[in-house]
Design a protein around this ligand. Structure first.
Ligand code: 6LW
Length: 527
């Protein structure tokens, strides 16, 4: 597969002492980042919930240019998420390097449990993973003391059984990583500075202190990063003097929900805080179409405590993808609760991707759908397809209850095209026909044009669904797209654009996603 990217060369624009980094660092659905520096290179892993392969591994040498070098979970048995409920699956990994091995610890609620994977090469292959039996909580972190004792620090939010919803604060337990055994009863470590959902702990040693970085306030507008420290990894921990050290709550900053942070030493020796955030668009409510993305900001140390700068928005200009199927699928294609290869195959000589339907529709938990993260709100996506042996098309998906799509089928001498908008309990369709032949389907998301502070001014974007074939064009629908956002969908994911089949086999001749970054002035900002 060839992917041509039209992202301009950024060298010299970003990085360097005090200069901004591109932000988001990892655009699109990339929440709960954890970062590590090994031999001068940076690696980030993010959450993937119900998608496979899971846990993408990104690499950079300068924090400016990032490449996805692999995925931790390339084999479904590593996670067991084929039946996982939406919202569950792969939550919040921690990435660390110890004794020559990369480690990823991750909770998979509804799946295999709390897991530890290792690899010598972060591009993979990664191990089958061991289960930490009996660890009941989320967002596990892994740290070692000088003696090599391994500590798992985690958020004691109970997600199954009769105590579901109960929160035990930040907990810690010593573990044996060879067997997965817990070596003691989990102990309470800190409950944060008083906001809800203390979670996402990361334990870092710096000088004589162990710093416990956590998230508080929930993963929505109240999100923030707080800190405590101790002379020992097991505590007692003293809260920092100015918690939260980072939050965008009650501000008009363009990057909101900033929290779930991890620390790393940056290329110029400064400390960087990598965290999740969203880019809400619209009026006073505002919706974040792309979901939770990965951002970075700088941290200064004042009297032994970190002070974080507000997160600046500095998106890479216009990242676009032009995919041709002249080589196997790259590691950025994802499937829902199954690997893309289960339903999609590439014919490199013909330059085509064939998706074989298996009775599932986009409303099913395992649709015959393969996709890629949407990287910019303004994205013109399109595909050319042949539906002589099936029905299929192009979709943007948040989860099985939230998706807009356009599909094609043969109808005598014509091609019938149908746009569909699905939100929970509501489904609307628009149909038209075109001359037979390879059809081009389009799904364009864009900011509403000429919107004032009325209904459309409240939304994030609109999605236009249209098609072309045999020299004719049919515009089927333009739909308010706020219902496919972090604020409205059930899933913790983000928008994934992709190709699908619902009947027979459908042959795709390419996939294009042309992105345009528009300047953002948050509604109500004073300067
Ligand atoms: C994750 C929690 C959170 O476990 O959202 O933002 C949850 N933080 O820490 C799902 O990503």
């Amino acid at each position: 597969m060839t992917v041509e990217s039209t992202t301009p060369d950024l060298s010299g624009t970003y990085g360097g002492v005090g200069a901004p980094f591109p932000n988001p660092v990892l655009p699109g659905f990339n929440p709960d980042p954890s970062v590590v520096r090994v031999d001068g290179a940076y690696y980030i892993v993010t959450s993937t919930f119900e998608y496979l392969p899971g846990l993408p591994v990104y690499r950079s040498e300068d924090f400016v240019t990032w490449e996805q070098i692999g995925n931790v979970a390339t084999r479904p048995e590593q996670l067991e998420i084929s039946e996982v409920p939406t919202n569950m699956g792969v939550w919040a990994p921690t990435l660390r390097h110890h004794d020559g091995l990369f480690h990823v610890i991750v909770g998979v609620p509804g799946g295999r449990g709390c897991l530890v994977f290792t690899a010598t090469d972060p591009a993979g292959p990664w191990s089958d993973g061991i289960v930490l039996e009996g660890l009941n909580g989320i967002d596990p972190d892994l740290a070692w003391d000088e003696d090599g004792t391994a500590y798992v620090t985690f958020s004691g939010l109970i997600l199954s059984g009769p105590e579901t919803g109960k929160h035990l604060g930040i907990q810690q337990v010593r573990v044996d990583l060879a067997t997965g055994a817990l070596l003691e009863e989990p102990r309470a470590l800190w409950s944060g500075s008083g906001s809800m959902f203390p979670e996402a702990p990361h334990l870092h040693r710096r000088g004589e202190h162990w710093y416990l970085v956590i998230a508080e306030g929930g993963t929505e507008r109240g999100h923030g990063v707080s800190i405590a420290r101790s002379g020992s990894p097991v505590g007692p921990f003293t809260a920092g003097p100015a918690n939260p050290i980072l939050t965008a709550r009650s501000t008009t900053r363009p990057v909101q929900n900033t929290g779930h942070g991890d620390l790393v030493e940056g290329p110029d020796g400064e400390t960087l805080l990598v965290m999740l955030g969203v880019r809400p668009l619209g009026g006073t409510r505002a919706f974040s179409p792309l979901g939770r993305e990965t951002f970075v900001t700088r941290v200064e140390w004042v009297d032994g405590w970190p002070v974080a700068e507000p997160v600046a928005l500095a998106p890479r200009p216009n990242p676009s993808e032009h995919v041709r199927f002249d080589a196997p699928l790259d590691n950025r294609w994802i499937g829902v609760r199954r690997l893309p290869q289960e339903i999609a195959s590439v014919d490199t000589a013909a330059g085509t991707l064939t998706i074989t339907a298996d009775g599932a529709s986009l409303e099913d938990v395992r649709p015959a759908f393969v996709g890629r993260r949407q990287l910019t709100v303004e994205t013109a996506a399109s595909t050319v397809l042949d539906v002589s042996a099936g029905i299929g098309g192009l979709a943007v998906r948040y989860d099985e209850d939230h998706h807009y799509s356009i599909r094609a089928r043969h109808e005598g001498e014509r091609v019938q095209v149908t746009a569909s908008a699905v939100v929970p309990g509501i489904r609307q369709e628009w149909t038209g026909t075109l001359p037979a032949g390879p059809a081009t389907l389009h799904l364009d998301s864009s900011r509403p044009r000429n919107a004032t502070f009325g209904t459309l001014g409240m939304t994030s974007d609109v999605i236009a669904l249209w098609a072309e074939s045999g020299g004719e064009e049919v515009r089927l629908a333009e739909v308010d797209a706020r219902y496919l956002s972090a604020e409205t969908a059930a899933s913790f994911t983000g928008r994934v654009l992709g190709l699908f089949a619902t009947e027979g086999t459908v042959v795709f001749h390419g996939y294009d996603a042309v992105g345009t970054e528009q300047p953002v002035t948050p509604f109500g900002s004073i300067d």
